[in-house]
Design a protein. Structure first.
Length: 111
């Protein structure tokens, strides 16, 4: 891997980590609001909890579709460019990424 590729990859990793931290903080904030709401109305808190879960599931479904599209694009680009790469290994790894991306829509843990 060239130095510039490594630096770009590292920058993506750092931005992804910040995204994870921000997403985690927002999910925890939503959970705190639902828990606090339960002190006033358990029924409303339960309904809010269900709606939040459904909306998050929908959002992760959208994220899943986007990631699958990007993995498919990467596979297509690699195949079309016919770059010098170990195609069987890379295709296997990209297909594994595709499965992990698709699992987001179902709430499955990555393999």
């Amino acid at each position: 891997m060239r130095q510039s590729d490594w630096e770009e990859s590292r920058a993506v990793q750092e931005r992804t980590q910040r995204l994870v931290e921000r997403t985690d903080a927002r999910a925890k904030q939503a959970a705190r609001v639902v828990e606090s709401l339960a002190m006033f109305s358990a029924a409303d808190a339960q309904a809010a909890q269900i709606e939040v879960r459904d909306r998050l599931d929908g959002a992760f479904g959208d994220v899943s579709e986007a990631l699958v599209r990007w993995v498919d694009k990467t596979i297509e680009d690699r195949v079309n460019d016919q770059e010098d790469w170990d195609s069987s290994t890379n295709i296997h790894q990209l297909n594994r990424l595709r499965q992990d991306a698709a699992a987001l829509a179902k709430g499955d843990a990555p393999s």
